[in-house]
Design a protein around this ligand. Structure first.
Ligand code: SER
Length: 320
């Protein structure tokens, strides 16, 4: 597919943590009017609504997707609407409906209306207790113990099926926990790594819901956006995988993150009160091997723990 000026992009979940920042970057790259933001809420951020087209879509209703794809002649979709791990455990039926039926609606509508390329994030939640925890390989056992993980494994398989069976170019990354300063994450296990920054600045203290020695793979938002767009712009012939690329940014324990913040806020105090979310974190790997992404479409992250921490504190202290 030719890129740039011919792209008509739909972003579902555009009001969410990733969608809100990805939409703005896509608008910078491809033109404001060529990127249609869609959310199921009626109160999008002002910038999202005024900088380009905004549509309300409930992805569980196929007609709503079809209406927008036809109206804007969409040829590329970033499908970010999803229920994350914690809300998924509270509402498993909702997680299935949004993550599976919603995805199926997107893929089916894309196929019927000649959409060329679809991005669907997967997650480190596809892994489970039987996956090697220290450098989870690209090809490994996928037996997740959360409904979120179950839907993400099924989503990878469904995307791969649409590639092979219908020739729809579906691509996806296994996102680690995402740290960002613009929009709060909604209902994930890795959310502590964002909340800790807000609390450190506001209250100088934070009560963390996972143990201090909990290590998880994480990524900083600028790297997450860079990876998502780079994968979508990669030449199809260079890709051996489609919907399941391991993606790594950094890995750290909750205590290492708190210590890094303390370097810049010396009176910051963090205590640890693990709750049910600990079991979810313990079912995921500490580190993942992203050599396939590096080899096939040239992935390198920019941010590590120290540089991410400095940038987060700077942005949260002086939002523009
Ligand atoms: N951030 C997600 C979660 O915690 C993992 O992909 O649910």
């Amino acid at each position: 597919m030719t890129q740039n000026n011919t792209l008509k992009v739909l972003v579902t979940g555009a009001v969410g943590q990733v969608g809100s920042e990805l939409t703005m970057e896509l608008r910078r790259r491809y033109g404001d009017d060529n990127v249609i933001a869609a959310g199921h809420r009626t109160n999008p951020d002002d910038v999202l609504r005024t900088s380009g087209p905004f549509e309300i879509i409930d992805v569980t209703i196929r007609d709503e997707i079809e209406r927008v794809i036809k109206r804007h002649k969409i040829n590329t979709i970033y499908h970010l609407a999803a229920i994350l791990s914690v809300v998924g455990e509270e509402k498993p039926q909702l997680a299935w409906n949004v993550n599976i039926n919603g995805l199926h609606n997107i893929l089916e509508t894309a196929r019927q209306h000649d959409v060329k390329r679809v991005f669907v994030p997967s997650s480190i939640a596809v892994f489970g207790p039987e996956t090697p925890r220290n450098n989870a390989p690209q090809e490994t056992t996928l037996r997740p113990t959360t409904i979120y993980g179950v839907t993400k494994v099924a989503g990878e398989l469904l995307g791969n099926y649409y590639c092979k069976r219908f020739g729809l170019d579906v691509r996806g990354l296994r996102y680690p926990g995402i740290i960002s300063s613009e929009t709060l994450p909604g209902g994930g296990t890795t959310d502590y790594a964002v909340h800790i920054f807000y609390s450190a600045i506001k209250d100088r203290r934070y009560t963390c819901f996972v143990r201090e020695d909990t290590v998880l793979p994480m990524i900083y938002m600028p790297d997450c956006i860079k990876a998502s767009i780079r994968l979508m712009e990669a030449d199809l012939s260079s890709l051996k995988h489609h919907c399941d690329y391991n993606l790594a940014g950094m890995s750290f324990s909750a205590k290492q993150l708190a210590s890094e913040i303390k370097k810049w806020i010396p009176d910051f105090a963090c205590n640890y009160e693990p709750d049910f979310r600990q079991a979810i974190a313990d079912s995921w790997p500490k580190r993942i091997d992203d050599s396939a992404a590096r080899k096939e479409w040239g992935w390198p992250p920019t941010f590590d723990l120290p540089s991410m921490t400095i940038d987060m504190l700077k942005r949260l202290r002086s939002p523009n």
